[in-house]
Design a protein around this ligand. Structure first.
Ligand SMILES: Nc1ncnc2c1ncn2[C@@H]1O[C@H](COP(=O)(O)OP(=O)(O)O)[C@@H](O)[C@H]1O
Length: 176
């Protein structure tokens, strides 16, 4: 049996996934490991090509899934990525979709030094709730939650809510 749940933490770039993941690792009642999938892809060369203009990698999805499979099976994992439909449905115990007002998101991505068209593309995706729709069409509705991530208060309440969910997950495992 897995020692901990697998949480897919998703959302448009800049919505706060890594910030949430870091706090969750510190505050979780059971040990969690977090994988920033974009970084993981870069470090392990799990991509087909790099696009200079868009400053983005085309991920080799088959290799990515192969490499993640055994880690996911151990449980106790946060998968932090802006895409969630690539992962098999059976992997996730919880899918958290972070949302942010688009003007705030624009500022965050500008600070990150993204090229203008990449900011525009992500901003549009957030307005059209692309990631949320992706999550809803890839996973059962009862495991998908949408959380606002615009303020520090949101950050705190979101993390507290997910920590409560982890506690409940643990209790359910013990009694099953
Ligand atoms: N809820 C929030 N309130 C205020 N600032 C936030 C919040 N979430 C993220 N940020 C800030 O937005 C920026 C992007 O966050 P980050 O966690 O790197 O996003 P992602 O991992 O989704 O790309 C960071 O500067 C972070 O401090």
């Amino acid at each position: 049996m897995a020692k901990g749940p697998v949480i897919v933490l998703t959302g448009t770039p800049g919505t706060g996934k890594s910030t949430h993941a870091e706090l969750l690792v510190n505050e979780s009642p059971i040990p969690l490991r977090t994988i920033n999938v974009s970084e993981w892809v870069k470090e392990r060369g799990l991509y087909e090509k790099y696009d200079e203009e868009w400053q983005s990698y085309t991920v080799d999805e088959d290799r990515l899934l192969d490499e993640l499979e055994s880690i996911v099976a151990e449980g106790g994992l946060i998968l932090d990525w802006h895409s969630c439909e690539v992962f098999p449905e059976r992997w996730a115990d919880l899918v958290v979709v972070l949302r942010c007002d688009h003007s705030k998101l624009w500022e965050r991505l500008e600070k990150r030094g993204y090229p203008l068209k990449k900011i525009q593309e992500n901003n549009e995706a957030e307005i059209m709730q692309v990631v949320l729709e992706e999550a809803r069409s890839s996973y059962p509705p009862q495991i998908v939650i949408e959380l606002q991530s615009e303020t520090m208060e949101h950050l705190e309440t979101n993390v507290a809510r997910i920590v409560e969910w982890i506690k409940q997950w643990s209790t359910n495992q013990e009694s099953s």
